[in-house]
Design a protein around this ligand. Structure first.
Ligand code: HEM
Length: 249
């Protein structure tokens, strides 16, 4: 009797809790502040993914077997598919909230044509070009998926990436994508902290600096592609056998 009461009490409580969570999430979508918060949270999570993806791609400098070994480990891991679905949902959330927030700002600013926009963190090239860098990134991402993700990987990931980067046009697109990411994050990172109310006079300077460090790191994506374009791997990188010896050691 006691057990039954406990279980009943517990399940009705968790159901109530679940309803409260659902209501909270729905409220986030319904209010303009909530939408901005969702955009900021998904943006910061995507910046985290970018740092991880950059670190992964820096492994190219460790040589073919190391890079391919890492990608094979990732792809054979059963949780990777869930991480990919999560990543896709994050991208969708960020894009949908971004379009929605922009549309609302546009509706609200109609008739106030000459009013100055009050950018969070001040007016910079990054803040003034947010929409354009976002569009460029979207196009870049589509190209990136078509050339690296949804293709035959049988020659190995290292060969696929390094061969592609010997092509000038390909590298121009990659440098452009990295620059768009740099611009977008140079404003987006600190702006997200302000939206979340995590800004404080004391820490604003550090948040700004962190934003510039994270965004500048994104230019390393461009460096990787240029490195292979100029065949610098053939000049400076250890031969595959040397890399293998290091792994065995
Ligand atoms: C040097 C530059 C880059 C290289 C060499 C590179 C390499 C790769 C490779 C090989 C994949 C396919 C992995 C797989 O099939 O599972 C991939 C996936 C992906 N890349 Fe990149 N990438 C670069 C830059 C970027 C940039 C700048 C972005 C974002 C703007 C980006 C976003 C993504 C995303 C979202 C995926 C899909 C993730 C997944 O399905 O696991 N990449 N990248």
């Amino acid at each position: 009797m006691k057990v039954g009461f406990e279980i009943k009490g517990r399940s009705s409580f968790s159901q109530k809790e679940g309803n409260m969570h659902l209501q909270f999430i729905l409220r986030m979508f319904r209010t303009s502040v909530g939408r901005k918060v969702l955009m900021a949270l998904s943006g910061l999570a995507l910046a985290g993914f970018m740092l991880i993806h950059l670190a992964e791609n820096m492994l190219l400098f460790k040589g073919e077997s190391f890079y391919n070994g890492w990608v094979d480990f990732l792809l054979s891991n059963p949780i990777t598919i869930y991480l990919e679905i999560g990543l896709l949902l994050l991208f969708m959330l960020h894009i949908i909230m971004g379009v929605w927030v922009r549309y609302e700002d546009w509706i609200n600013s109609r008739g106030r044509k000459y009013e100055k926009i009050n950018w969070q963190g001040g007016r910079t090239i990054g803040s003034a070009t947010m929409l354009y860098s976002a569009i460029a990134l979207l196009i870049y991402l589509g190209y990136h998926m078509l050339t690296f993700r949804f293709v035959d990987h049988s020659i190995g990931f290292y060969q696929m990436v390094t061969t592609a980067f010997r092509d000038k046009i390909f590298v121009v697109i990659y440098v452009g994508g990295a620059f768009a990411l740099f611009l977008h994050l140079s404003h987006g990172f600190q702006s997200a902290f302000q939206t979340l109310g995590l800004n404080h006079e004391k820490y604003n300077f550090y948040i700004k600096v962190l934003g510039y460090i994270v965004s500048t790191l994104m230019l390393l994506f461009a460096f990787i592609s240029v490195f292979y374009l100029f065949n610098l791997d053939l000049k400076f990188m250890p031969k595959e056998s040397q890399v293998l010896e290091k792994i065995i050691d």
